[in-house]
Design a protein around this ligand. Structure first.
Ligand SMILES: NC(=O)c1ccc[n+]([C@@H]2O[C@H](COP(=O)([O-])OP(=O)(O)OC[C@H]3O[C@@H](n4cnc5c(N)ncnc54)[C@H](O)[C@@H]3O)[C@@H](O)[C@H]2O)c1
Length: 312
């Protein structure tokens, strides 16, 4: 059993939680992240991890970093769903081309498994049925989703041609401690931060856009069940299987925190699908997993965390 893991993008929100989960399971963890990246997400891990600073898009640094790894986690992304359509060329050049280089290196170094965090919120596009099963057609309406979908397809190809084992997790909307409340991804920490600071929340559309939210530690538990084993399927939806509108999230935050939101509704955006709720039965049945954190409980944990961080 190979215990050596490397997490590309491991200094970020999801990567830092995956690192914690791997350490708890006794894995040897290396985090690869940008030169001089912000270490706050991983400072509590201290000497339990190795850190490599470099550029995922730099071929030499990529080749050097992978040499001693057995299991590879790919979490680097240079774009976000909402902004990716502004420059699809940049999206493809950075995210797709660099990933193909990574996959080539994985084959060369006989990597046991690649775990790729895809996007359950964007790869399907506008759903024809709910909840969305893995077999649903994939017709993304943003470049970010097209690149995730294409990487999924290359993983399939590398598996068929070169026997490279992999898991794709089509993740819904993870939230929790260490998610950055200052960027345009992660509704729950963004809303919480604005409500704590008494700022106005801008909502695109009427607030009825519905999403599937999942607490980050439930995400890690699912991923941990896939490492070091050949899973029955390669591709899994990873979400709670429950949808909430933005308006419902605001009500839940209000109930948990007592804070009242100031909201400004704006014209809806083309890149936002109206609804996205994932069917997670495959993951439940095949990997014996289930989400354990109710949304109210997760909001409470995130709120308590943000209050301490925003004070600093
Ligand atoms: N957060 C979500 O809602 C969500 C949902 C579905 C899928 N995903 C995917 O999961 C992955 C991780 O997301 P996250 O929320 O943890 O993002 P994040 O921004 O917190 O983490 C990404 C990390 O990648 C690093 N990185 C970016 N470019 C790099 C480069 N060129 N070289 C080295 N490191 C680089 C960043 O410094 C950052 O630490 C991404 O691929 C994202 O598309 C995220």
């Amino acid at each position: 059993m190979n215990k050596k893991t490397i997490i590309y993008g491991g200094g970020g929100f999801i990567g830092s939680h995956i690192a914690e989960g791997l350490i708890a399971e006794g894995y040897d963890v290396t985090i690869f992240d940008k030169l001089n990246f912000d270490k706050r997400n991983i400072s509590h891990l201290g000497k339990k991890i190795k850190v490599i600073e470099g550029d995922f898009h730099n071929e030499i640094e990529l080749k050097d970093s992978i040499k001693h790894a057995g299991i590879v986690f790919h979490l680097v992304s240079s774009t976000l769903p909402a902004s990716s359509n502004q420059n699809p060329v940049y999206d493809a050049e950075t995210n797709l081309i660099s990933t193909l280089r990574l996959l080539g290196e994985c084959v060369k170094h006989k990597i046991e498994k690649v775990i790729f965090i895809s996007s359950g919120g964007t790869v399907y596009g506008i759903p024809e049925e709910l909840p969305i099963k893995e077999s649903h057609h994939r017709r993304p309406i943003c470049s970010y989703g097209i690149i995730k979908k294409t990487i999924e397809d290359y993983l399939f190809m590398y598996n068929k041609l070169y026997n490279l084992d992999y898991n794709v997790f089509r993740l819904s909307n993870p939230y929790g401690e260490r998610q950055n409340p200052f960027v345009a991804q992660g509704v729950i920490p963004v809303f919480l931060k604005k409500m704590i600071n008494k700022e106005t929340i801008e909502i695109w559309g009427d607030g009825e856009v519905t999403r599937d939210y999942i607490y980050i530690k439930d995400v890690v538990k699912a991923i941990n069940k896939s490492i070091n084993k050949k899973t029955p399927s390669n591709v899994y939806n990873l979400g709670s299987g429950i949808g909430y509108s933005l308006n419902e999230i605001l009500v839940k935050i209000n109930r948990q925190t007592g804070l009242t939101p100031k909201v400004r509704f704006q014209k809806g955006r083309d890149v936002d699908v109206p609804v996205n709720i994932l069917d997670v039965k495959l993951l439940k049945n095949e990997l014996n997993w289930k989400p354990e954190t109710e949304i109210e409980q997760g909001i409470r944990i995130t709120y308590d965390y943000l209050k301490t961080v925003l004070k600093k």
